[in-house]
Design a protein around this ligand. Structure first.
Ligand SMILES: [Zn+2]
Length: 156
């Protein structure tokens, strides 16, 4: 199989991710702390947007376990930005490439993960992620997920 064929169209994936975040902003903006929603940079639009988080899916391919797949993505979270509480139909390993991120998993005290450290997020556990450093933060997220289900499920 040609591995180039497995590389996901990055622009399309980024649009999908932005759409997911856009739904979160439009559907539950009043429930989110105001700091989760950053004003659009240099724009006067009234539409609230979530903080300029950029997600680039790097690869997606089948695992040896039937019905399961691996997905890896690079997620950039600007200073002061946060991803709303969400879950995945699979396990996630979050490796922090740059900066400091706070992960708040349901049922656990929040933990701060710094560049060079990793965190395991069990199947289906809702979590929120916040950049608690001074600069940009970058996370390499690797998922082992059920195929055929949305990878991101926003939690209320
Ligand atoms: Zn996640």
């Amino acid at each position: 199989m040609n591995s180039i064929g497995n590389v996901i169209d990055q622009n399309r994936r980024q649009l999908l991710w932005k759409a997911v975040l856009g739904i979160a902003a439009a559907g539950s903006a009043s429930l989110l702390p105001s700091q989760l929603i950053a004003a659009p940079a240099g724009q006067g639009t009234a539409t609230p947007r979530l903080s300029g988080i950029q997600r680039t899916d790097l690869i997606q391919d089948d695992l040896s376990v039937p019905g399961r797949e691996a997905v890896q993505a690079l997620v950039e979270i600007p200073a002061g930005a946060a991803a709303p509480r969400h879950s995945h139909p699979g396990e996630e390993i979050a490796y922090v490439v740059e900066g400091s991120l706070e992960y708040a998993l349901d049922g656990r005290p929040p933990v701060i993960v710094k560049a060079g450290e990793a965190l395991f997020i069990p199947y289906g556990v809702p979590h929120a992620v916040k950049n608690v450093g001074r600069g940009n933060a970058v996370e390499l997220a690797t998922y082992f997920a059920d195929k055929g289900k949305p990878l991101f499920v926003l939690e209320k």
